[in-house]
Design a protein around this ligand. Structure first.
Ligand SMILES: *Cc1c(COP(=O)(O)O)cnc(C)c1O
Length: 359
């Protein structure tokens, strides 16, 4: 079986040494020494400041929302459900604008059209889908004219740079997921990268019951802290990250090169690197889509229809500025096997099967 995904397995020898260290410290959570070390190493590796670790990527979105103080959002309909449910959770008013049909990211023209039609959302929530950067400069410009804040769901965008600077440095906040299925993981975990130090400080209180050391409770808070054992997993996995990113990028480029005249694929941002977070392709229609999934399965190759449905189909009580591109993409999209343990001969087999089918 060629698996769709296979989590990175932390080196147990190294992990045990760190866990022993945690036991010796007797400090298991609440911003301990490993938490501090992982924060510093991630900031350095990613080229960011104001990075706050959280216990998962969904709480990262929820805490970003509370910190920024969003009340109403315009979001992409083409993302994982958490991108939007995190805001619904805190009773934000949600509106959907369409994606660009080529990149599959929230379309700046659609955002502009929404505001021209009277949208008053205070925050735009966009996902760098499959790690492919949004048109961040166009969104920045719109934010200047329409006075909205920007939160990027960067759960897929670990290690992505735009013109050699981290993609996480755009927007008021970017959130990451360190779930076991992601490129870099702490089993469960996540992070928020804030533009402003003040927001970082506020969020640091929010994830710890709203407590400000020395002052007591200063905010409505929750508990969204990453613990020391999970920080240890992160430290161990971070040592492998260069190899993992290189390998995934090579697999991704191989797929893209071999399939470029065979199936449609989302267009990648021309000024960005690739991280091989996912391997999405676009079939022509529903019938072709169903046929390919079936034949891949017969050849013991896993694939996943991801993302579907378009989120406006789930959150039907939201404002909708029209999402034809998202509705279409959610029918045509299919993700092929992609993970750190995948080998080139696996990719060759997947490509061979796809090429052999009369689609
Ligand atoms: C994985 C993911 C999340 C949720 O992260 P968790 O760590 O699983 O809570 C949110 N948004 C996107 C786009 C994701 O892929």
């Amino acid at each position: 079986m060629i698996a769709l995904n296979s989590p990175v397995k932390p080196n147990l020898k190294k992990l045990f040494t760190l866990l022993e260290q945690v036991n010796n410290n007797g400090w298991y959570t609440n911003f301990g020494p490993l938490h501090k070390e992982l924060t510093a190493k991630l900031e350095d590796y990613l080229g960011v400041q104001n990075l706050l670790l959280t216990n998962n990527g969904t709480s990262a979105l929820q805490v970003a929302a509370k910190t920024i103080g969003s009340k109403s959002i315009v979001s992409t309909p083409f993302s994982f459900v958490a991108t939007v449910s995190a805001f619904k959770w805190q009773q934000d008013e949600v509106a959907f604008a369409d994606i660009d049909s080529q990149s599959l990211n929230l379309c700046p023209k659609a955002i502009k059209a929404a505001y021209l039609k009277g949208c008053k959302a205070d925050t735009v929530v966009a996902t760098h889908v499959y790690g492919n950067p949004c048109d961040v400069h166009a969104i920045d410009e719109l934010s200047d004219n329409n006075n909205f804040k920007i939160i990027y769901d960067a759960a897929h965008a670990f290690g992505i740079k735009l013109n050699s600077g981290s993609i996480l440095n755009y927007g008021d906040a970017s959130t990451l997921s360190f779930h076991a299925t992601k490129i870099f993981h702490t089993i469960e975990g996540g992070a928020i990268v804030f533009k402003d130090k003040a927001n970082f400080k506020k969020a640091e209180e929010i994830i710890n019951f709203g407590i400000c050391p020395g002052q007591g409770v200063v905010n409505v808070g929750m508990n969204a802290k990453l613990n020391e054992y999970q920080a240890a997993v992160g430290l161990v996995n971070l040592e492998e990250i260069d190899n993992i990113l290189d390998h995934r990028a090579e697999l991704f480029n191989t797929y893209r090169h071999e399939l470029k005249n065979v199936v449609d694929m989302p267009t990648w941002h021309p000024q960005a690197n690739v991280n091989g977070a996912y391997m999405p392709i676009l079939l022509d229609n529903k019938q072709q889509h169903a046929k390919l999934i079936k034949i891949l399965a017969e050849n013991k190759i896993e694939s996943r229809h991801y993302f579907t449905p378009s989120l406006d189909k789930i959150f039907v009580d939201s404002n909708n500025y029209g999402t034809p591109n998202s509705l279409k993409a959610s029918e045509r999209i299919l993700c092929l096997p992609m993970h750190a343990h995948l080998e080139f001969n696996h990719v060759a087999k997947v490509i061979k099967v796809i090429k052999s089918i009369k689609l």
